[in-house]
Design a protein. Sequence first.
Length: 133
Amino acid sequence: MNRKVLVVTGVVILSLVSCCGVCMIAGLLDGGAGALNGRYECQTPGSVLMNGVLMTQYQPTGMWFVIDGDGYSTNGPGGSVRFDAEVVTFTGGGYDGWRGARADDAIVFRKDHADPRPGESPRFGDLRCGRVP
């Protein structure tokens, strides 16, 4: 009887692991439902001279938005949001047409808000909007 329990338990565990693995892969492919939910506050990179070295320092802009599922809200009109593993696209509302590159817990908008250029570091004039706890 102990062997049967062990075999059945092993099959159940293997099935759960396989199912979870498929779910995780599906979540990676579609960006994960709700993966972007939260409030984002935006900053722009500036520079400061520290000990003779020019360093990047982010300055708050006062711009913010909240992503909830497939929509976003802000202090102006909100709209909808679509995303994949690299790019977030805003439609309607105050950020209509803006496309940002996903970067960990942040979205980076370039000077040209329609060209996200994923994989590039933020540059002067870009906006880095980080998710806040």
